[in-house]
Design a protein around this ligand. Sequence first.
Ligand code: FUL
Length: 459
Amino acid sequence: MRDFLKDAAHVVPTARQLSWFDTAGYAFIHFGMNTFTDREWGTGSEKEEIFNPVKLDCDQWVQAIKDAGMKGMVLVAKHHDGFCLWDTKYTRHSVMYSPFHRDIVREAADACRRGGIRFGFYLSPWDRNSALYGTDAYNDYFCSQLTELLTQYGDIFCVWFDNACGEGPNGKKQKYDFPRYIRLIRELQPGAVIFNDFGPDVRWCGNESGDPRASEWSVVPSELCRYAAVQTGPGPMANDGSLSFIYNTNQQIGSLSQILYSKGLAFVPSEINTSIRKGWFWHKEEEPKSIQELFRIYLGSVGGNACLNLNLPPDRDGLIDVRDVKRLQEFKAFLDEQFGTPAAGEITKAAGGYPTQPEYHIRLQEKGKAIRYVILEEDLTHGQRIESFQISAASESGRSYPFYQGTTVGNRKICQLVDPFANQNPLTRTVVWSQVDELVVKITAARDEVFLKSIQVYA
Ligand code: FUL
């Protein structure tokens, strides 16, 4: 049992996963035929003539993304309706056969490069337009499309696949050859992470509404992520049951009780993806989410050991709606206000103690200010190890108030001590901040020796 826990603690990310974690927040761009038909899923029989975003300006998209503090773009190059936003050799159902006649993938990739953010794409395996769909030849077609996108548009940081698999124009369903797609991406863009429901690099969080798990592990059973590299042997209960039930919607992914039954563990972090509006595509009547809602999503993703992929849908002119642009700017101003002033303080690790239960003391330079956030980061190059921790405030008189209990940390855990909207927190309400001169972060359980990368405190 102890050996298995240690093995679990040593499951580590690849360089491409670590670099993806650094991106923290990036924007999904859903744009295509559905923008013009007011739908979420097209039929594949839409006429190319209707696609004409006359004012399209990808620099405007990039500016909106940067205004929000996000560092990348994942453009939907082809959605389920099969319409391609780039100059492809393999179908006439593309921008090049529309009145618009411009390669939008090229313009978006170039704008990202100019703006200093990363570029990636979504390519839907489900294709309701291709006559090849449902035959082996479709996998060749799909790989040809992938090859164009992977070789003609510079560095790609993320290739995003969803698993939707419906019927094509001939009524047939396709057997997707994911191992082949993955091999091709590794060969042509080895630095790109691949998002898919089941890995290999990044997995779906299990919902589209931005809801985080209470405890988010990046070390997960390979039963969930069948395309990921298995890094351990089987758990001590592997022969006493099976994880065949496991799916992304499960709330216990990676928990101790679950990994014990695994045949082997893999490192596959979660991406929280959701839209700034209700739909993925632009619909005139929809409004952007509130600051409060966006902040909840931010805390649970960027601050919850995941990355945030926030969808910003361009309108029929080919621009991000001014309502959304304004909301993103307001949101960034709100974030700057919340995390603007780190409270300086010296951090020391208490001597002695157990390697799996270290205690960190943060001496506050300035007494009297209520602490609003504590941000913890594990050094993931050693693996994700922390199972639980608590934070307490200590006063000169020796009084200690344990006011925050947490579970996983991983890449980054933002502990919110005061709710900026309610301006209180039942846990910290009783803390007399004027007497507090030290915070204590105590790791209460870990799978092996703890390596924290940083502790940041915001007043
Ligand atoms: C899903 C698709 O069916 C939606 O239309 C959207 O693209 C979302 C991000 O993935 O599987």
